[in-house]
Design a protein. Structure first.
Length: 616
């Protein structure tokens, strides 16, 4: 039998949440996600259009800055004709800038929309690949509240990436456009000192660089904690939202138990955690405001002070002074883009970190090194399922001390069409066997030979009823059109939900409208529609009334050739199906002796014979 090549997850908790990956690595990962998305062409087209608009806008802004010289010189000469002419020129320039700004805003919004579409669909596709979501849930902190990363973090990253990228490109183009203007103006600035005349090449440029550079350095020094604080805030916000959703979903049980006060304390703890992080953020942002606001006010006077010596010495006209001031402000604004956007950049890096950590964990999940003691999965011979020396461990690492269990009967072969019930010693986690057969648990030893997974259907202990229509819930996980209407109508009558036949296509929260028995009836309806060759139950009818269980297993009689494996204890299954009974034996240290094992197996065999004899 060929061994099935399947990657196995590392079930050891991965408590790393990030901070150690480089910014370049994270950007490359996100670029890869966008490049492989279905909206790649749209994003590229919008990006090119935005770049062209920004270039044209920068050119018109240079024209506007140059307009300052003739306009202010006309004021200085009190030339009213030139004054009104320059007002007309201003109207044309300002109108052009208005149109360009509106077009840029629309392109900005569309780019953010398609970036969010590409990122959100990529993350959901990675998350819902076979078994990844379930493995992620047991992978430590990275698996906590994935909805926050899939929804809020993806939205924030898409929107902030677009806004910041456009701002950076615009600032760079403005810098390149105006630094030449400012350098040329600086060449005309002649300083007179004690009878000597001299000029400093690029005087205004160096002054702008010094001013903006000092602001950037202070901003980085003061606001360096913002990235991590924002990441912590998003994490705590996600925990609070989950607590609120969890309480809302289970409010009937909370109310009946009189647990509102207890739940209030739990939620208040989460609120306090969020507020504590926000308080630290408020302090950090306040400290940053000293720098950003202070330099923002100083920029009103700094360019005039820098150019004043040349103006008072007669080297500049009033109009040229205003052109120099405008160019200085544009260059300074471009150079100070990092300072002005330090807070948003910190938030962007926090969301980038959370999203890339999440995506990296998903994409690398299939490549994790198997655990030291790992089950071997093989493809079984047609019509059989074989468990060879199967021992299932509850250990998640070599250092763990938990024990597991084994199949008391040793090597077990289950043939097609057979009915089997599996119980176990007290304290044995039978559900792990269910997860092993479903390829969700890999810790243990021995070989598990399984039929094709497409021939198997697993019925979990807790039913899942998806949102949408009742028809979609009955057909899940297949498409709603996978079965014809007549077949759906027939099975809904058989499982006792005929009263809902008229509401099959009604959108509702069926998981809340149906009680537990009715939700399990939805699962049985799908079972009757799918007609699988192998059905594995995880004590699916535990806690239900005896007549309900009997009715459910009577329905299974219609699956004449199906192999039924019931993991759990069910008198209804025993009487209806007359199954072969297997036993799960605990691997406690004192049970490893041969005598103890033989005695236990003899006891199990006796119990099996007794149950079969009592069956009708």
């Amino acid at each position: 039998m060929a061994v099935e090549k399947q990657a196995k997850p590392n079930i050891q908790g991965n408590e790393q949440v990030g901070y150690d990956l480089s910014l370049f690595f994270r950007l490359r990962m996100m670029f890869s996600a966008f490049w492989n998305s279905a909206v790649r062409i749209k994003i590229i087209s919008l990006t090119i259009a935005l770049f062209v608009i920004i270039l044209v806008t920068a050119y018109v802004q240079v024209l506007l800055n140059n307009w300052n010289a003739p306009f202010y010189d006309s004021l200085a000469r009190r030339d009213i004709t030139a004054f009104f002419h320059q007002l007309g020129v201003f109207g044309i320039i300002a109108g052009s800038l208005l149109v360009l700004n509106v077009v840029q805003a629309w392109l900005n919004q569309m780019t953010a929309l398609y970036m969010r579409e590409g990122l959100a669909r990529d993350l959901v596709d990675q998350w819902l690949q076979a078994k990844r979501a379930l493995r992620l849930a047991s992978s430590g902190l990275i698996g906590v509240n994935p909805d926050q990363r899939l929804h809020e973090d993806a939205r924030n990253l898409a929107e902030s990436s677009t806004g910041l990228a456009i701002g950076l490109v615009q600032a760079t183009i403005l810098l390149l456009s105006f630094i030449g203007v400012l350098w040329e103006l600086s060449s005309g600035m002649v300083f007179h000192l004690r009878g000597m005349s001299f000029s400093i090449p690029g005087y205004m440029v160096w002054a702008a660089i010094l001013y903006a550079g000092s602001a950037s350095f202070l901003s980085q020094f003061v606001g360096r904690r913002l990235v991590r604080l924002n990441a912590d805030r998003y994490s705590k916000e996600a925990e609070l939202r989950f607590a609120l959703m969890h309480a809302n979903e289970h409010m009937p049980a909370i109310t009946i138990a009189g647990g509102e006060e207890n739940e209030r304390r739990r939620i208040n703890l989460d609120i306090s955690a969020v507020l504590a992080v926000i308080r630290q953020l408020a302090i950090a942002n306040t400290n940053l405001t000293w720098v950003s606001a202070g330099y923002g006010w100083l920029v009103l006077i700094i360019p005039i002070l820098v150019a004043a010596p040349a103006y008072f010495s007669g080297g500049l006209t009033f109009g040229q002074l205003m052109v120099a001031v405008g160019a200085f402000n544009q260059v300074n604004s471009a150079l100070r883009w990092y300072v002005a956007n330090f807070g948003p950049i910190a938030e962007w890096r926090a969301t980038l970190m959370r999203v890339t950590d999440f995506r990296k964990a998903l994409t690398e999940m299939d490549d994790k090194t198997p655990m030291p003691h790992t089950l071997i999965f093989e493809k079984a011979a047609p019509g059989t399922m074989v468990w060879t020396d199967l021992e299932i461990s509850t250990k998640t690492s070599d250092e763990a001390t938990e024990n597991g269990f084994r199949i008391a009967e040793g090597t077990v072969t289950i043939n097609a069409g057979e009915h089997v019930m599996i119980n176990g010693d007290h304290g044995v986690n039978r559900r792990l066997l269910f997860e092993v057969l479903a390829h969700q648990w890999y810790s243990g030893s021995g070989t598990v030979s399984l039929p094709p997974m497409d021939d198997m259907l697993f019925v979990p202990h807790t039913p899942y009823v998806p949102t949408g229509t009742l028809r979609e819930a009955i057909c899940f996980p297949d498409d709603r059109d996978a079965y014809d209407d007549a077949a759906v109508d027939a099975v809904i009558d058989k499982v006792g939900l005929g009263r809902l036949k008229s509401r099959l296509d009604t959108q509702a929260r069926w998981d809340r409208l149906l009680d537990t028995e009715e939700q399990k009836a939805v699962g049985f309806a799908h079972l009757l529609l799918a007609k699988p060759k192998w059905v594995v139950f995880d004590d699916a009818l535990e806690g239900l009334e005896a007549e309900v269980q009997a009715k459910a297993f009577a329905l299974l009689a219609e699956l004449e050739d199906a192999t039924l494996i019931y993991i759990g204890r069910s008198d209804a299954f025993m009487h209806a199906m007359s199954p072969r009974v297997l036993h799960l034996q605990s691997l406690a240290p004192h049970e490893h002796s041969t005598d103890t094992q033989t005695s236990s197996e003899a006891s199990v065999a006796a119990q099996t014979d007794e149950k079969k004899a009592s069956a009708p």
